[in-house]
Structure formats: C-alpha cells, structure tokens
Write a protein that binds this ligand. Sequence first.
Ligand SMILES: C[S@@+](CC[C@H](N)C(=O)[O-])C[C@H]1O[C@@H](n2cnc3c(N)ncnc32)[C@H](O)[C@@H]1O
Length: 322
Amino acid sequence: MSTVAKRQVKFHDYAPTGSDFLAEVVEGLSRVPKKISPKFFYDQRGSELFDEICLQPEYYPTRTEISILQHNARQIAALIGAESVLVELGSGASEKVRVLFDALSPASYMGVDISKEFLLLSTRRLAQDYPELEVHAVCADFSQQLELPVQAQRGQVVAFFPGSSIGNFEPTSALQFLRQVAACVGKGGKLLIGVDLKKDSVILNRAYNDAAGVTAAFNLNLLQRIQVELAAELELDAFHHQAFYNPEQSRVEMHLVSERRQTIMLDDEVFELTARESIHTESSYKYSLDEFARLAGKAGFAVEQVWTDPAKMFSVQLLGVH
Ligand SMILES: C[S@@+](CC[C@H](N)C(=O)[O-])C[C@H]1O[C@@H](n2cnc3c(N)ncnc32)[C@H](O)[C@@H]1O
C-alpha cells in the first residue's frame, strides 16, 4: 500500500446518538442523589478543556504517567513485542501513545473515543506524523460495547488505557469493564493501564481544584452541553464546581452544586434542586497496588509488571490474560 493511502485514517462510527444522551441525563436527574456519567463531559470543548487540565501545575497524573512511560518505554516494548494491534481506549489527544511508538513498532493503531471531532483530529495528526502506521479511529462508548472493527485486527491485540480512566468506573463496573477488555484482547493479549494510586488528600484536593479554574470550567461544560444539545432550560450561573477526596470510598468526587433552589426543565420534565443540592458528575477512584492486582485478577488478568514514579504517585501496569 502506498504511504499516501496509509496516511488516511479509517473511521468507524458507533457514536452514541443525541437520544442516548437525553435518556441518560433524564435518568440521572431522576435519581436520588442526582448523578450524570462523566463520559458526557467530552464534546470538542470538553476534550480541549481536559487537555488544558493536563497542563495545570496541580494536576500531577499526566506528567507523572508520561515520565513513567518515557523512562520505561524500552522495557514495555520488549514485554509487549512488536507488530501488535495497539488499541487505545479513551485515546483523547493520542499524545501518551507517541512515547511508545518508536520502541514498540506496532502493526496498527486504533484510537477509541466518544468525542468524535476530537478523535478525528488527533488520529489524523498521528497518521501524518507516522505515515507508515495504519491508523483507525473508532468513535464509540466503551462502557456500552467493546467490539472492535474486524478488519483492523490482524495481529495480537494490545489494549492501552492511560489516564487512570479506570478510576472513573464504580468498582463493580470496573470489574465488568476489565472482563470485557480481557475478552477483547483474547488469549495471550495484554493491557497496559495507567492507575492512579492512593496518596495524601491535600495533593488530591489540589489536583481537582486547580487555581486557574480549568477543572471547574470542564465540569460546568457538562451543563452547557445539556443546555445547548438537549435544549434544557437551566441557569448555568446558579451552579458551581466542587471536588473533594472522599476517604471512605477512596475516590475524588466531582459535583455541580446548585447555589439556590431552582428547576431544570428537560424533555417536558421538571427536575427540582434544593439550595446546595448537587449533581454528582465524576468519581475518580484511587487504588493501592494490592487492591488493583485483586481487581485485575478477578477480571482474568495477571499483573506482569508495575512501573511507578519515585514518589509512588501513579502506576503504569502491564496485565496479561491468564
Ligand atoms: C481522562 S481523559 C484521558 C485522555 C487520554 N487518554 C489521557 O490519558 O490523557 C478520558 C478520555 O476517554 C474518553 N472517554 C470517556 N468516557 C468514554 C466512553 N464511555 N467511551 C469512549 N471514550 C470515553 C474521553 O473522551 C477522553 O478522551
């Protein structure tokens, strides 16, 4: 195949529809307490804001994970082997995977993300920068289905799931999700995963409350999406961002807090909020290495190697299907 033909990204569109978004938001606002999935943060603006969060001095996970990948790329590549089908789940800007490419020499790359325009831009940039690489973009909600396009799977599938996005799943859903990943990579397959570790709550509270207010804007962007895309009637200015570490649950929680008594009108329904009532928008579970190894084991994976930074803030782990 010519280099020019290879530069084109093969796009596979399984994106959730507007009615999926509406149904989940209506269901989430009907709950007690109110809760909306963090997957809805990510339209184009949400993805751009997440990239800005990664640059904030308080947000240690991104730079720590990148430095672990940089320091250990050769060993990671040696354990994974060349010519794999590298599938990045929640690929976002597809930046971290670049650290691995030179050492890893995969046969093809598949970015899977819910944020369609951003996914297309990121994978096109990647295809330009690595013209020999076959690049696929899969727009899908990986919490609903993890079926990869068949024509893209020629070789051993290796999943890459950075950013500690596993922490956004409730523990029982994390187990189900990891089981799906194990089925997807198949026998002999591997998962390279970034897992954020338990640490001092002061560091966690700072990381999710950056001084520049970018995480606040990211959280509030969800309400803006609901207002614009679902034609909801709500007062954006009457909500504020809240994030804190909940030690009983070992998770950072993000909420949108109503500053006064108000209503959200959506799809002919009226949702009442009292003053200080919140909508829970994200959990970010923090694990110890032992806790995560137990979770991975229940899902059918064995932990083959763990890399951390010197302060043990973050881990990158290679799991193999056993
Ligand atoms: C925390 S960001 C991490 C981005 C990047 N992988 C990194 O490590 O910096 C989560 C990414 O996963 C995507 N995402 C979140 N929920 C998703 C879902 N249910 N299905 C597919 N992609 C999802 C978001 O669009 C976003 O790009």
